[in-house]
Each structure stands twice: as C-alpha cells, then as structure tokens.
Write a new protein. Structure first.
Length: 301
C-alpha cells in the first residue's frame, strides 16, 4: 500500500515509528508536512499539491494534526477524503474531538461517564456555576488548551470566582469541572485502535502537581483495566467517530469518567510503558480497512 503520514515534523517519535512500522510491513510510506499542502478545488477532480507538484494517489493517510493547526489540517484531510483516500481518522471526527465543549456534550448524550462540567458566558452566573459542579476545589480549563496548558485548580470558591472573572475579562472560553480528588493526581490513558483498547497506562502527576501529563513531568506505568474502564474508553472513541485515539480517564468514586479524547495521541509514552508495538497495530488496521472510498463522510463534514 501507499500511505502518507500528515505530520509537521518527520523527526517526532510517533511519526518515525509509524513510518518504520509501515515500511517493515512492506508498504511505501511518505511523510508530508500538512501546512505545505495546498488544495486544488475544482469540479469533479479535487487534488492536493505539495511543493509545486500534485501528490500521487495514496491508499491511506494517517493524520497527525496538531491542535494549533486543526482548521487547516482538517481541511487537508477533507480534501483527501473527497479524492476517495482512506483516512485513519476522518476530518469530521478530528474536528469533533478538538471542540472540548462539543465532545463533552456528545459523550453526555450517549451516557458516557464524565466529571460534572459547567459552561457560561456572563459573570453573574459564576457563583451558581461553581456550586452546580460541587463547589471548590474546581478545575478551570481553557477550551483551546492542550497538554495541560490552560488548566487551573482553584482551591476555594473565591479563588475560582477570581480566575473565572479574569478569563471572562479577556473573552477566553472556559469549562469549569468538578475536581476528582480521589484520583490522587493520576489518570489512565487508553489507546484505542479499531474499536479495541490495545494498550493502557496509568499516568501519575509529579509531586505538587495535579496535572498528570507526561509533558509536565508525570510518570507512567502499565495498568490492567477494569471491564468498566475498557468499555468507557471504547464507547468514548465510538461517540467521537475516531478509529485511532487516546482516551483519558479518571478513576472516580462514581466510576470511570472521561477527561478527553485525543485524535492524535503520542506513541512514545505508551509504547515505553507497555512495551507494545502500537505503531504496527495502526498499520494493521489500515491493511484491513484502507480500501479506496472506505470513508463514511467522503469530505461532507
């Protein structure tokens, strides 16, 4: 098969591993910088051009779209879909997962476990907003934040009100969520491929930190999931429409709750913690499903 990886950096661990895994299984794999793609939008013959040439016909693409380029990146993925190229994650699913508010609303509608969450626009709603999610301590999140950036823990109601007012003052969209104290600064990253959890690790925040992201100094180890945790991760991926994703879960007193569904999960942390060849699992999924035109949305999203 001829496979393209859409990635800004060919030296990233995840990008390199996917290329190595594809080539080791006999496929031709190209790495394409998403922002250097440009689209030829014309009647009946959509195409993608790159460095002055029209790209060849690919059997499949693996989008590694960073949060900062979601709009343009999903447009490129959509163009490939219109050409009939199979995409590991479709453009509409990537966009859906990147909108934190929309993703939580969709998960809520499908009865997937979530931390209690509030969203408001006016300052006069703040006291009730905090009360409605259980009161302080609460977690305040920027809608556009990634890798733990823009996530604040407010220990008291007064502190929460001040932080929310400050964010509202600069017109920043935020979520207010209950703080799952019993999680103890840890979460679970479930890696889902083709509707199955193929690997899972428990991430522990560094001392004095409540965010467990590995980018913030957290550590990771292999974990055995409960039946409920596994089902929660699979259902969350299904609701988002993602074939390959990372589902972040907290262990709460009322069962597993989903914090986020990541459409471009990194491979380094979880491959290191679990010793599993996840990159090859993604390539195997493409081999089974990467048929021309096997895209549900066909660029309609």
């Amino acid at each position: 098969m001829k496979i393209a990886i859409l990635s800004r950096n060919e030296n990233l661990y995840s990008t390199r591993r996917l290329k190595e895994a594809g080539e080791s299984r006999g496929h031709e794999v190209d790495i394409i910088d998403t922002l250097h793609c440009y689209m030829d939008i014309t009647r009946s013959r959509p195409a993608v051009r790159y460095h002055g040439k029209q790209l060849p016909k690919y059997d499949a693409i693996i989008p590694r779209i960073g949060a900062s380029i979601t709009f343009y990146g999903t447009a490129v993925v959509r163009q490939f879909e219109m050409m009939g190229t199979f995409s590991v994650n479709e453009s509409i699913a990537i966009s859906r997962s990147r909108d934190k508010l929309r993703s939580l609303q969709l998960l809520s509608r499908k009865d997937v476990g979530l931390p209690r969450t509030g969203f408001a626009n006016k300052a006069d709603n703040i006291p009730d907003l905090i009360k409605n999610v259980g009161g302080a301590p609460v977690v305040i999140k920027l809608l556009e934040g990634t890798q733990g950036i823009g996530v604040v823990l407010a220990e008291t109601n007064k502190a929460a009100e001040s932080i929310i007012e400050a964010f509202m003052g600069i017109k920043a969209d935020i979520l207010v969520q209950e703080f799952i104290k019993e999680a103890g600064g840890s979460d679970i990253r479930c890696f889902v491929v083709g509707g199955k959890v193929v690997a899972a690790m428990k991430r522990q925040a560094a001392e004095g930190e409540f965010r467990s992201n590995l980018h913030r100094g957290g550590s990771a180890k292999l974990i055995r999931l409960t039946k409920e945790e596994r089902a929660t991760a699979v259902n969350a991926a299904k609701v988002m429409g993602l074939n390959v994703c990372g589902v972040d879960i907290l262990q709460s007193s009322h069962g597993p709750v989903v914090m986020e569904v990541n459409s471009s999960p990194g491979l380094e942390g979880i491959e290191t913690a679990t010793k599993k060849d996840i990159a090859s699992m993604v390539i195997e999924f493409i081999e089974k499903n990467g048929k021309p035109g096997n895209t549900r949305s066909r660029g309609k999203g």
